[in-house]
Ligand binder design. Sequence first.
Ligand code: NDP
Length: 330
Amino acid sequence: TRAVYLRERPPGGEPRPEHFEVRDAPVPERAEGQLLVRNLFMSVDPSMRGRLATSELHYTTNFQVDEPLDGSALGIVVEGNREVPVGSYVRHRLGWRDHAVVDTAAATVIDPRGIELHHWLGVLGQTGFTAYAGLVRAGEIRSGDDVFVSAAAGAVGSTAGQFAKLLGASSVIGSAGGSEKAALLTDRLGFDAGLDYRAAPIGAALREAAPDGIDLYFDNVGGDHLVAALSSLRQRGRVALCGMISNGGPDSPPIDHLMNCILKRITIRGFIVRDHEDLRPEFEDRVAGWLAAGDLVAESTIYDGLDNAVDAFLSMLGGGNVGKMLVGLA
Ligand code: NDP
């Protein structure tokens, strides 16, 4: 079997192809209480960048040099047990390899309900769940809200914008890099406006698109986007702080902009999706229903094969994806 290994930690935190390597490994032995899974799809996540470093703040553990990467994956059980028989589909954390030995307790059995498998790592997986929990819990979305979503052509953002509408928002503005992505937001995903943050400063573009302000900002980007939102938020506005993919650059704006939170009584609430598991059944039922009814467009960009997995990751960091970035192994 094969897996993607970390060869060396990227100096300066900027990952490049030579920092990774696909290596052969023996098919792992399965012990009592474990499953042997052949992976079919692997999730590509921005949080992996932080996990390549030793020092950065991140949600989970560091990757180790000369060890395989890991991440969310969906596969089929090839050696199972009574609890999870051969042929079951399972979601688990040991991606970035063809085969994984997974503790039965660490595998979630997926009933695809007639929905294409890869969506269970996208709109019906952690991606969609992040959008849902972020809007409902951190953002306390209300009927009639005017909402702004950044990285809106990406995985979480494209679902967050659509969910916001389905959950009662009056209007949803999205931002993305490039005119094509900005057009996709309005033409295909039902956003009311799509802003190309590369064409004009995001603060001015947001003020023009929402002259009367916004109620809720779903932040995937941080930096200039967060500053723009703080400036456009109304009194008692809310921010669901999901991610900060632009952060850490020398051009990061000063923190003084937080003064807006005082003047306008703004609530900023950070969240991590894994704290909201109690919402999962409600989330799956609603989203499966929206998909079946044709109310939701689930975009994804799928790279093929383990050899292209690192390219998929690097491309996603540079904005090469529309919707959920995945690697298919079938
Ligand atoms: P995306 O599919 O959104 O991919 C990342 C996108 O970020 C790229 O496509 C690119 O789109 C955009 N981007 C990259 N650099 C910049 C930049 N400097 N400024 C603005 N946009 C940039 O990834 P995900 O949907 O998986 O993740 C979105 C966010 O959600 C991330 O910040 C991630 O860390 C966070 N997250 C948080 C979770 C939580 O529990 N809090 C759980 C999961 C994800 P473009 O072409 O538009 O620039």
